[in-house]
Design a protein around this ligand. Structure first.
Ligand code: ZN
Length: 167
């Protein structure tokens, strides 16, 4: 496992719609292993493949590891099957946009399906912080970052703040 450099916004790789994984193979396993190492080292609770420069539809997450044992979830070709009508708003940070936390409203619960490292298709319901994490990481696979959820004025303000913290 090797921690890789995290791609920082506004790198164009973070604005790219990523390609589906055709086959879960040895290269996939190396990438996933490196993504987990990178996420834990950052430290973060979720990481999408484009954040390490790989433009494929994979994300990893482990929402509770800072409070207990590691329990990584690896989602290959993830898709949201359904989402709740009720919405939750929470502060979201992003390893690719260091120093910025944005209040973002999203469906409070989502049903996600994905392919695991054994190539099996799985499905589960995510609520609470995990629901936000799933949607945040899936956004990355579609070239969307937290800034894209803001109004034009809010975005201009936050991009100015980001420019200041990254100087
Ligand atoms: Zn992010």
């Amino acid at each position: 496992m090797t921690a890789r450099d995290i791609v920082l916004w506004p790198d164009p790789r973070l604005k790219t719609v990523c390609n589906p994984v055709v086959q879960v193979d040895a290269a996939t396993r190396v990438l996933v292993s490196d993504m987990l190492e990178t996420m834990y080292a950052a430290p973060g609770r979720g990481l999408a493949a484009p954040q390490v420069g790989a433009l494929v539809r994979i994300f990893v997450m482990d929402v509770d590891w800072k409070e207990g044992a590691r329990a990584p979830v690896v989602c290959i070709n993830p898709e949201i099957e359904s989402e709740s009508d009720d919405v939750a708003t929470r502060g979201e940070g992003c390893l690719s946009i260091p120093g910025i936390t944005l209040e973002i409203s999203r469906p409070a619960a989502v049903t996600l399906s994905w392919t695991d490292l054994d190539g099996a298709r799985r499905s589960d319901v995510f609520t609470g912080f995990a629901a936000a994490c799933v949607q945040h990481e899936l956004d990355h696979l579609n070239g969307i970052v937290t800034f894209d959820h803001l109004s034009p004025q809010g975005r201009a303000d936050m991009e100015a703040e980001y420019a200041e913290v990254t100087q």
